[in-house]
Design a binder for this molecule. Structure first.
Ligand code: 7RM
Length: 652
């Protein structure tokens, strides 16, 4: 969001206190929230210990809450043992085993429901299937599936036997899948014949075959869910149908009681190099964060129908589809397909049909739906909604107000939730029964979270509206534990900047006079395209892997729907492409799609003879950003090795 937007909102002073009706019914009112904050302030470690004893079911209770001896490799609840799937499923069987756990709607419109009892049985069957294939505690299992119950079942089954899952978003290409399998050294890959999106089949099995044919020596088995039903070849000795694997397996499965710190999953995310990082999360601390934040931020009650639209390939789909709401025993809606398929009312129809009470989505989706006009949502019954959430990027006040008035009919609080793959759970967000909201601000840190804005020296910025680094000054249970296979990079990326004292989020932010946080965006070379993290270096590496490309530089350009668009400058081997370059541009876009996935395809490509470099050989990214945005150039270009290149880069 631009500074101008923030200023206009601040000047208008739009402040939305929680409605009395919501306050009265909410699990956490202002007094209870203040008490939690006070307890956490007074004794942070004791606070988290109490929360962990109360919220989670332990097999072996912990005695040690936080071990800081190897900071910043913190250990939480170190000597406790538990099982995450028991905490999400078994704990509900006695009292609400017949409540609906999952409501699944496929893109063509078929609806399938699973009660907690049924989900538990399916998870156990599949967990037994994994064990039958030789999967043991600590083995890595990669999941490359559509957003559907079996993806959740696979995740929960891994948790049940202590296998470490790594979900790879179905939109990533075969090559991205291969890299993630190899980095994790996975033993088993789980996929489906295909997925559905916008009326098209996504060829997941074909991509899985391609990934496995180009490496992935660690993979022993490929499990394939029959979903779309179209023909796919199976490799004898390696491939097994999901349905065949589970059909003779018992519906109970002895859980593995794992250490609190046992890795629950890896999730690869983009950083400022070409190589995605395998973010490693723990079992107990992660689950505690997911479960508590779901209670606090979404005020989840037993009869709520919770719909988070994120795919399980992203952290939001882990914490607020697969783990948080299930740990709380709620009903979770899953929808496999596209938001405007077969028409622009699909999301609103799903809310009406399944009586969704809590809806959690990304600003990019809201902006896309907002453009289609108010008549579409107005023609559906959205009266079941009571709370709306936003995540993934700063929400512009215009989209916020539309969400509030047109979707929430001025009744529903909006929670703008700031967090990251690395934080595991929401850290900064309104608590809907307690916090007054301002459009565009994620408001205040949750209890126990010591978020702050600091300057270059690490000193807290106290001047209202002055920007700085967003940091967290105390460890919290759901924080990442390390980067898989690369602890040095973990320390370098997140801790080194302030002598290992503060976790550095990589965002810049400021606080207003009320102490409210306003997130400005990334300070590293990470783009946020439609709420998805994408490293500029990843796209650059993909481009230069093309035989005709010599050099590439990628920057972000503001985009009205996607938030940011991918803008690439390309230097070719030999002559600069001239005249009608459309076919070649399309070839390069396809190429990037194959290397990374469709989300990384550049929106614009501009060819040049050279890239602007300083005399020391550094690409002047700020200049490239200004040019991509058609902004006036304020940078000093006199240090440029080749100042005449600027006109060419401008497309002149
Ligand atoms: C949950 C998620 C993390 C990055 C983060 C921010 C941006 C996320 C908000 C936000 C402003 C928000 N994980 N971000 N939520 N910016 N307001 N409410 O998105 O690892 O994929 O991305 O996303 O830049 O650092 S993520």
């Amino acid at each position: 969001m631009s500074n101008k937007n923030i200023e206009s909102v601040l000047q208008e002073g739009r402040l939305f206190p929680p409605a009395d009706s919501f306050k009265a019914a909410a699990g956490l009112d202002a007094a209870k929230l203040a008490a939690l904050h006070a307890a956490a302030e007074h004794d942070p470690t004791g606070f988290w210990g109490d929360q962990a004893r109360e919220a989670l079911t332990w097999h072996t209770p912990f005695t040690d809450v936080l071990d800081e001896s190897e900071a910043p490799n913190y250990r939480w609840f170190g000597d406790g043992k538990l099982n995450v799937s028991v905490n999400c499923l078994d704990v509900h069987l006695a009292e609400r085993g017949d409540n609906t756990a999952l409501v699944f709607e496929s893109e063509p419109g078929a609806v399938r429901r699973l009660t907690y009892r049924e989900l538990h049985a399916e998870v156990c069957r599949f967990a037994n299937g994994l064990r039958a294939l030789g999967v043991e505690q600590g083995d890595r299992v990669v999941i490359y599936m559509p957003l559907m119950p079996e993806a959740i079942i696979a995740m929960q089954a891994c948790a049940r036997i202590g296998a470490i899952h790594s979900v790879v978003f179905g939109g990533f290409s075969a090559l991205s899948l291969r890299d993630r399998i190899e980095d994790a050294g996975a033993r088993v890959l789980i996929t489906a014949d295909g997925g559905m999106r916008g009326g098209n089949v996504i060829e997941l099995k074909t991509a899985a075959d391609k990934a496995l044919s180009e490496g992935c020596a660690s993979i022993e088995s490929l499990i394939v869910l029959r979903h779309t039903g179209h023909d796919v070849p199976m490799v004898a000795g390696r491939d097994v149908w999901w349905q065949d694997l589970v059909h003779d397996k018992p519906a109970t499965c002895e859980p593995a009681w794992v250490d609190a710190e046992h890795p629950l999953f890896l999730l690869y995310t983009s950083g400022s190099t070409g190589k995605p990082k395998g973010i490693q999360h723990s079992s107990a601390g992660y689950l505690l964060g997911a479960k508590l934040s779901t209670q606090w931020v979404f005020d989840l009650q037993p009869d709520d129908v919770f719909w988070c639209t994120a795919d399980v390939g992203w952290i939001t789909g882990h914490s607020y589809v697969a783990y948080g709401p299930l740990a709380n025993g709620a009903t979770v809606v899953l929808y496999e397909g596209g938001p405007t398929w077969p028409d622009a009312g699909r999301f609103w129809r799903i809310i009406e049909d399944h009586k969704v009470s809590i809806f959690y989505t990304a600003p990019t989706a809201l902006r896309a739906l907002m453009k289609l006009g108010d008549d579409i949502p107005n023609s559906y019954d959205l009266s079941s909604l009571r709370l709306l959430g936003s995540v993934g990027e700063p929400i512009n006040p215009e989209a916020w107000m539309w969400y509030r008035t047109v979707i929430g009919k001025d009744r529903c609080p909006i929670v703008d939730t700031w967090w990251q793959t690395e934080t595991g759970a929401i850290l900064i967000s309104p608590v809907p029964g307690a916090t007054a909201t301002k459009p565009g601000s994620c408001t205040q840190p949750l209890p126990g979270i010591d978020a702050a804005i600091v300057d270059d020296e690490g000193n807290a910025v106290t001047k209202p509206d002055a920007g700085g680094y967003l940091v967290v000054r105390r460890p919290w249970p759901s924080m990442l534990r390390t980067i898989w296979n690369d602890n040095d990079r973990y320390i370098d990326t997140y801790w080194h900047r302030f002598q290992n004292r503060y976790y550095v989020a990589g965002d810049s932010a400021h606080r207003d006079a009320d102490g409210y946080f306003w997130i400005m965006g990334r300070i590293d070379d990470v783009l946020n395209v439609s709420g998805h993290r994408l490293g500029t270096m990843e796209v650059e590496s993909a481009l230069v892997a093309h035989h005709r490309v010599a050099e590439a530089a990628v920057v972000g350009k503001p985009h009205p729907v996607k938030g940011e668009a991918v803008f690439a400058y390309v230097v070719c081997r030999g002559e600069r492409p001239m005249g009608d370059t459309r076919a070649f541009v399309e070839e390069l876009r396809q190429w990037v799609g194959e290397q990374i996935g469709a989300i990384a395809k550049p929106d614009e490509i501009r060819f040049a003879d050279n890239l602007p470099k300083t005399r020391s050989g550094k690409i002047m990214r700020r200049l490239l950003r200004a040019i991509a945005r058609d902004e006036e150039i304020t940078q000093d270009i006199s240090t440029l090795e080749n100042p005449q290149i600027v006109d060419q880069l401008r497309g002149k």
